[in-house]
Design a protein. Sequence first.
Length: 572
Amino acid sequence: MHANPDPQATPDLVLLDGEVLTADAAFRTARAVAITGGTVTAVGATDAIRALAGPRTEVVDLRGRTVLPGINDSHLHGCAFGSTRPPLALDVGFPAVRSIADVQAAVKDAASRLPEGAWIRGNGWDTGYLTECADGRRMPDRADLDAVAPHHPVYLQDFSGHLTWANSRALDLAGVTADTPVPEGGVIHVDGAGNPTGLLAEGAQALVQRHLPAYTRDQIERAIREAVATLQREGITSYTEPGLGPGGKSLFAGAAGQLTLDVYADLARAGDLGARVSVLLLLTGMGGSAAEIAEGLASAEIPDGVDPRLLRVLGVKLFADGIPPNKTAWMSEEYTTGGHGCLCVHGAADALRTRELTEMIRLAHAAGHQLGVHVTGDLAIDAVVDAFEAAQAEHPRDDPRHYVIHADLVGPRSLRKLAAHGFGANMNPAIKWTIADMMEEMLGPDRAAYQWPVRSAVDAGIPVTASSDAPVTYPNWRQGIAAMLLRESKASGRTYGPEERVGLAEAVRAYTANAAWQDFAEDWKGTLEPGKAADVTVLDGTLTGLDPHDLPDTPVAMTVFDGRVVYAAEGV
């Protein structure tokens, strides 16, 4: 048994007769855990831990359930997740909707309840799971929405956050016509006559988004509270908000702006946050410039008077390129659009953009920030990693822990460099599961199989972290672990890149110990060891005995945050 320094301490809570996966360096297992205050005070055999309990100790018989360190989703847009779900927005994602007809029914119902002219918001639609769009037969159109909500502007964000579906009333309010100039980096989809279809990609989304009513402080607070409550039910006790600040005012319809960071700080100061939140500042929108970064660094509003174990601004987020199928990616080989209107740069990284990005990274690094850079195409990843390396050489720092966000096509050269400098890679296994078949169509079979190469990154010595990127995918970490173990597709069930599978230990650590490392917090959270924060997730099953195919639907039985039970399923 591993005990805390005070053997006389009486635990407040003991969890007995379970499968305790400590996620420590040796991935040791135990049978029971003792918690005193907000700290894990002992981990060991059931009889030994039972003996520590006093008359006021809460005793939970796990009956074989698995105990894990509190799950840390290391790239999750918490406020955006809350604001894109009921009651603030319609759920038009799979499985709530499976067809355009289902979307129409949801929008029609909303229109019947709202006064004429009120905006209808929704989130989550995906052509891959709308029956009318199967096999490329058609794309969503503004006429679909006009038929059920002609007197309400309708704004429906797709699952990825990179594509908007709007009706005619919304386009009219935004002044979007056949003659509207296309914003740089954006796409206005048009029909054969050159008229907008209602689909706006990337920067073009702002044409409609800027007309949406701004979220109020109360709505932002409600979105955060709703998100945290959902995450607690999912066993998630820590997450990274990857981009809050002035550059987020046009992202997620304003849910990533400075107001969101201010509300997080208010909740943390009041003791009402309910999760540990790490933040990357977003000083510019997608793209941006070195001049904007310099200005943003000088004027950044970082909350003070906040417990850093509850809320901490760790660094800066930058955008290097986008995510296929909707945004420019710097790729060494061309890929197809698959009818989604992506923009592709291939054959060589854009020299001007590379120089600008390198300077943006240098400035943020020199200012002492950790950098998380959104990047997908292989050439863009190489450019970002080279810029990390150059910044560290010019301004040496002790362990900056920069990392590449998404890193879906990171190659051997960049893997070696990331490992050599102690940098990280944040990957999205559930996105892999969701879009694998579409990526084969776009990238070809070899690159689609390699995409999100978790095994290669682990073998290179990189502390890989895994995340949902919610609201892009639902924050079900069990699905993420299953995806890393299986490498299968949601739609077809086919296996993509079995050589990139990892074992259970690597997958669990990607959501626990490695995520704590990304947060500079491995000395106080992320594993179940005496002295660590008492954040605990209990799975309603024995993880090591589960078929990975059954894991995504295995519920969370209990969540302990800072020593307090914040969620318990019925019967636990």
